[in-house]
Design a protein around this ligand. Structure first.
Ligand code: ADP
Ligand code: ZN
Length: 615
């Protein structure tokens, strides 16, 4: 067996490499440079951790996520790997101890913040280690931080090209979950990775189930979603504004959900409390603006809910991508309404960005709205947006419960002419009233009972008309007015519809069935808690209680001790010997030695109590 595979088996406890991992690890272990573009949760860390263990000397990992380093190092130590980190959160004594350890060759892996790495003092230390032949590699995590155009830009990252200039013989591996061509080009150029092998894998996250519902009462909808499908699970609820974050968190708490707020308007200590509780306790729901997320690599986030739509497909992908990092089934749920589009359009127009930027922002929003209104596979559409071809996925709402469509050409024509006849100055609610022939004060005030479209739409309900307007906006047939809040104007694409040369297919309002679909299983993943029978569930509960005590005693998050996937497998198989334990994915030598006896005891007691023959 190769060294790398045997380390995967014995140290990490996993049977085989995933996807490109094996190829990447071989390449870097042999001394080559690599640029790795793989989605969140695909297992990028192993791509530098294993080569660092196989090659002689220490692997230096540059990471901007100081808050995470501590937990990353704790997780490595649990595996019996000698790891440490260096960043501004350490005291002088602690830093000195790590530096001494580095000089003495104590470590396999050291995580360093970029600003610390770049100090002359640290560079000199690296020189000394290198002269002894003891620098295994440099890993540059979150490599997209070199991109000046991305919102994670870190000026320090640009200077990381010094690693190539100063240590040309030490292999470098840059990793990111951001895949677009521009960012890729910038990483190669800025980090001088022209000679690196590039490894790209599919950006699909097969275990995430996408679902987008029409918004009627978003709060009640999200509560129902959480309480019926994710009671007791950890999750994130994204809202557009800080105020809505506070209100929603408070309201959910009142409804019995353990919900905590997070946004940039809170003071640092309060934000920290939310984050710590989320990482360390089971079943916390964080209600947040998009300020929350970067650097959260909690593996067992079971759902991400959006109360408001994000501003682009990229944002949606990234935010929903925080669910299900452990590969077990997870839900991405979003409620979406016409007002979301209106609000975003207004925010774009009111921003002081230049015209080009505003146009780009509108185009990005268009793509997201089209995804929301899509009657075909969401995943296929999203991957296509990122340039990846795929088949319908079978694990999104439109695949599991295909929406009915209807020929909405005539309705679209009525709606569009109603917009035109009333002077392109009114919002959807009023336009619906005109079409339905309602007698409201506003109608009388504007004499809209005299326009030719008054009362011509009685064949549809108000809800159905709202759906028509929403979709016409998503298709670019109606634009939201820049100046008048929520007013609709004819869009570019309306002309052909009004001329009768373009037909319009619309989605019927959902009947709420999609929410109940819970039968199909994520493709790439293993068992979930819902798959366990009553007896297995007792063992699962015991194992979780044990994990929680152990984690508290060690001062680490529960997932650092064992992931859910490992405990679920234990609960299902109830192993009766250390040898059988070692076969469970996620149990490597160090964990077997440290925890094997305790787990075995729990399993044996459980087997005896329930008259089972332990496996
Ligand atoms: P990324 O850095 O790409 O977001 P991670 O490196 O954190 O992802 O890995 C995600 C999860 O997948 C981790 O829990 C990791 O232990 C697990 N994992 C990685 N490689 C394998 C493998 N070959 N077999 C089983 N699990 C793996
Ligand atoms: Zn699908």
């Amino acid at each position: 067996m190769s060294d790398t595979l045997s380390i995967l088996n014995t140290v990490f406890g996993y049977p085989s490499f995933r996807d490109r991992q094996g190829a990447i690890i071989d390449h870097v272990t042999a001394g080559g440079d690599a640029l790795v573009l793989m989605p969140t949760a695909s297992g990028k860390s192993l791509c530098y951790q294993i080569p660092a263990l196989v090659r002689s000397g220490v692997g230096i990992v540059v990471s901007p996520l100081i808050a995470l380093m501590h937990d990353q190092v704790a997780a490595l130590k649990e595996l019996g790997i000698k790891a440490a980190c260096l960043n501004s959160s350490l005291s002088y004594e602690e830093s000195s101890a790590v530096e001494r350890g580095l000089a003495d060759g104590t470590f396999d892996l050291v995580y360093v913040a970029p600003e610390r790495l770049l100090t002359p003092r640290f560079m000199a230390l690296l020189d000394r280690i290198e002269s002894g032949g003891d620098l295994a590699l440099f890993a540059i995590d979150e490599a997209h931080c070199v991109s000046q155009w991305g919102h994670d830009f870190r000026p320090d990252y640009i200077q990381l090209s010094i690693l190539h200039e100063r240590f040309p013989n030490v292999p470098r591996i840059a990793l990111t979950a951001t895949a677009d061509d521009t960012t890729r080009g910038e990483i190669i150029q800025r980090l001088q990775l022209q000679n690196a092998n590039i490894f790209v894998s599919s950006f699909d996250r097969p275990n995430i189930r996408y679902r987008i519902v029409e918004k009627n009462n978003a709060r009640a909808q999200v509560l129902k979603f959480i309480s019926t499908e994710h009671a007791g699970d950890a999750g994130i609820v994204y809202c557009l504004s800080r105020r809505k974050v506070d209100e929603t968190a408070q309201w959910l708490t009142g409804q019995g959900v353990r919900a905590l707020p997070y946004h940039a308007g809170m003071d640092a200590a309060a934000r920290r409390r939310t984050q710590d509780a989320f990482l360390r306790d089971d079943g916390v729901v964080v209600v947040a603006t998009i300020a929350f997320g970067m650097g959260i690599d909690k593996p067992d986030v079971r759902f991400v809910a959006h109360l408001d739509v994000p501003k682009s497909v990229e944002g949606y992908y990234q935010e929903t991508g925080r669910a299900g990092r452990d590969g077990l089934p997870a839900d991405a749920w979003m409620s979406y309404g016409l007002n979301d589009a209106v609000q975003h359009r207004r925010m774009i127009n009111e921003s002081d960005a230049n015209d080009t930027f505003q146009r780009l922002a509108h185009a990005k929003l268009d793509a997201l709205l089209a995804l929301c209104e899509s009657a075909t596979c969401r995943r296929q559409r999203m991957l296509a947006y990122f340039g990846e071809q795929s088949e319908p996925c079978g694990n999104c709402d439109t695949c599991l419960d295909p929406p009915e469509t209807w020929d909405g050409t005539e309705a679209a024509q009525k709606a569009l002419s109603c917009v035109y006849r009333t002077g392109q100055r009114f919002g959807a609610a009023h336009l619906c009233h005109v079409l339905l022939g309602r007698d409201t004060e506003r109608i009388r005030q504007w004499n809209h009972d005299r326009v030719s479209t008054y009362g011509i739409g009685q064949e549809l309900s108000e809800k159905e008309w709202r759906g028509v307007f929403r979709q016409l906006v998503a298709f670019g047939m109606l634009d939201v007015d820049h100046d008048a809040f929520g007013a609709l104007r004819l869009g570019e694409a309306s002309r052909d519809v009004l001329k009768g040369t373009r037909r319009v297919t619309l989605r019927k309002p959902a009947k709420g069935r999609a929410a109940k679909v819970k039968t199909a299983r994520a493709t790439a993943s293993g068992i979930t808690a819902a798959d366990l029978d009553a007896v297995e569930t007792t063992l699962w509960d015991r194992l979780r209680a044990w994990r929680s005590e152990t984690a508290t005693a060690h001062g680490v998050p529960a997932y650092v001790v064992f992931h859910d996937a490992t405990l679920l497998e234990l609960a299902r198989s109830c192993p009766g010997s250390l040898a059988r334990l070692a076969d469970v994915p996620g149990i490597g030598n160090a964990k077997l030695e440290r925890y094997g006896q305790s787990i075995l005891k729990i399993c044996q007691d459980h087997a005896a109590e329930h008259g089972l023959v332990a496996g």
